[in-house]
Each structure stands twice: as C-alpha cells, then as structure tokens.
Design a protein around this ligand. Structure first.
Ligand code: UFG
Length: 342
C-alpha cells in the first residue's frame, strides 16, 4: 500500500537517508531533493539496496526559488515535507556566518513559499537542542526558555523555527519542529551513515577515526566542567530511532492528531553521558582502546544538556529502542565500511 508521497529535503544526508529508509519500510513514497553539497548521489542506490525500492531523486538548489517552485508545482500531490537540507557545522558557521544564514534561511523561506503556493499542507522541521543553549534545568523540556544561540548555525535553527511559526499563523500550513539531541550510529546494513569530509568535528566520528588509526589521539575538550567527571554531558540517540520519530510526526500532521497547528518535540534518549563515559562505553562495545588526552575547552560548548522525553513518549507515541552499546557498535561497523571503500 502506498501511504503517499513525502518530500525529504536533504534526503541523501545522514539523518535524511535513514528517514527515507524508514518511510519506504512503512509504506510511504519518499521523494528526495538535495543539492549534494555534503552528500553523494550513491546514497540513493544504497537506500535501494536496503529497502528494495529506489526513491525518486532530483538535484535541486533550494536557495533558488525558481527551482523549488518548479519542483513543487510538478509534485503537488506531496502530502508532507520533512525538511533536513541545511549546512550544519558549528565551527564552520562561526567562520562563514553569512553562508550559513543565506543557505539555511533562504532554503527554508523558499520551501515555505513553495509549499503555500502549491497547497502542500504539512511540514516537519529538523531543529536542534542547540536552541536551549546552556539550559537552567535538566532534563530539558520543550517549555525551557530559548536562549541566545551559541553559533550562527544554532541561530539559523532558532530563526527557522520562528519563520515557520509565523508562516503557520498566517496560513493553513501545519508544522512540527523536532529538536534533536546528539544523533549517532548508522543503519545496521552499514550502507548509510554519517559522513564528513576532512577532520570530523563530532565526537563519535572522531572516536571511530582514532580507533581505526586515521587520527592519532582524541582530544577531550575540557575536564573541568561541573559534571560528574568534569567532561561535558550530552544525550546520544541512534539515528534510526531518530528517523522513526519523523514518521510519527508526519502521521500526526496527516491525521490532524495535533491540536496545535505548530508544535515542538525533543528527540533524545533522556540519558546524559559524559565524554569519558562515551569513551569507556565505546571501548567496552568494541573491545578496542582509544588513545585520548585532555585538551582545553572548546569555545561555544554547552556544559550539560539532555532531554526530557515525556512529551515525545506520550504525545508522539515514540521512544528510543537502541542501546548506547548498539549505537557505538554500529558507528564502529560504519567506520570500518567507510575504510574498506575508501
Ligand atoms: N568532543 C570532544 N572531542 C572531540 C569532539 C567532541 O571532547 O573531538 C566533546 C564536545 O566537547 C562535546 C561532546 O564531545 O562535549 C559532543 O560534541 P559533538 O561535537 O559531537 O556534539 P555537540 O554536542 O557539540 O553538537 C551538537 C549537534 C550539533 C549542534 C550542537 C549545538 O551535533 O548539530 O550540538 O549544541 F549544533
């Protein structure tokens, strides 16, 4: 049964590709647009290898409204859009703020314009726990105050949420923003996963690259935070668990279960882990040793953040299923696969 066409922007990216797999497995017909700036067309074939179905793909530059409108007007039967497409590296955003503002804001504005013009009614937006900044209380609920962003990247997420909210108020569009905590791991097939050119900035790829010998030592950014062992606390969530939440959000919008026209949900495991704990858990999951040293704090890092998942559990009917050990093992299998094909 075909449950309908769902547009996935950024569908060849890390979270996007895992979500496309889940959509196909749950009977939807995902169509992907991506500009391939940080992903590869090969991902489409890999999704086909996993699911047995090749999703439709079109290379679209979302910063160009004519391209977005041409695509949407030819696909007016799209039932909902999941909007992942964005540039996403915190450090890079500090160096190139205008590139981040231009890319992330303009693509979202063009999408919203195109959706309203072509009568596409529902949007799921890929947001981030970065909007909470350094939270005052833990775990963080969706009602926690939105803090000034720590980076231009974080600011684009906050601003996009606001732009979406204002558009919803002024139209018949409905939307859900999903605030991700720290997505990690890869699909069990090891055919899709996280990919970054050059030196990784995220913790888990840095750990796996150290384990495989591509990096000599992992720097732990600070051991003098007010946490149980001095390193930062984060809420790590497996990307497949995260992907599944998007289908729940789409269904909520399509069945109008959402009482509000706009809503937000935290997507995390609800558990906080320190950097030291992650290293220990990785070593246990893989029987490997990680060479690490303590380094100065990384500017802009939040001391501790983890999710209160009550709202996602009860209202969205979603909870994480994959253990930390499995998350880390899947990241390691993916790293090995990347090196086989390199
Ligand atoms: N860390 C290290 N060494 C590394 C890399 C990271 O110690 O080499 C630490 C960081 O200091 C942090 C933790 O590992 O305490 C996680 O760092 P990541 O870079 O993996 O993730 P962040 O929590 O910084 O990033 C997440 C999201 C971003 C988002 C950001 C903003 O992945 O998309 O939160 O809050 F923008």
């Amino acid at each position: 049964m075909n449950k309908g066409k769902i547009l996935v922007t950024g569908g060849t990216g890390y979270i996007g590709s895992h979500t496309v797999v889940e959509l196909i497995e749950q009977g939807y017909e995902p169509v992907i647009i991506d500009n391939l700036s940080n992903s590869s067309i090969e991902v489409v074939d890999r999704i086909a290898a996993i699911t047995g179905k090749k999703p439709a793909f079109e290379q679209v530059e979302m910063c160009n409204y004519a391209e977005v409108n041409r695509f949407l007007s030819a696909n007016k039967d799209i039932k909902a859009v999941i909007h992942f497409a964005a540039v996403l590296f915190v450090d890079d955003s500090v160096k190139r703020p205008l590139f981040y503002y231009e890319n992330n804001l303009l693509s979202t504005i063009n999408l919203l314009k195109g959706m309203t013009e072509n009568g596409i009614p529902a949007l799921v937006f890929s947001s981030s726990c970065t909007v909470y900044g350094n939270p005052d209380t833990l775990p963080v609920t969706e009602n926690a105050p939105i803090k000034p962003a720590m980076s231009p990247y974080g600011n684009t997420k906050k601003m996009c949420e606001e732009i979406i909210q204002d558009t919803i108020k002024a139209s018949t569009l409905k939307g859900i923003a999903l605030r991700y905590f720290n997505p990690i791991g890869a699909h069990k097939s090891a055919l899709i996963g996280e990919f970054q050119h050059g030196v990784p900035t995220h913790l888990i790829p840095y750990i796996t690259e150290t384990a495989i010998g591509k990096r000599s030592v992992l720097n732990i950014f600070g051991d003098d935070y007010a946490t149980r062992d001095g390193s930062c606390v984060r809420d790590y969530i497996h990307v497949v668990d995260l992907a599944k939440a998007h289908i729940k959000a789409v269904e909520r919008l399509l069945t109008s279960t959402n009482e509000k026209n706009y809503d937000v949900f935290n997507l995390g495991s609800g558990n906080g882990q320190t950097v030291f704990e992650i290293i220990t858990a990785f070593e246990k999951a893989t029987a490997l040793k990680i060479n690490y040293k303590v380094a100065p704090r990384r500017p802009g890092d939040v001391e501790a953040v983890y999710a209160d998942t009550t709202k996602a559990n009860t209202e969205l009917g979603w909870k994480t299923e994959i253990s930390l050990e499995e998350m880390l093992r899947s990241a390691w299998v993916w790293e090995q696969r990347l090196n086989e094909t390199a």
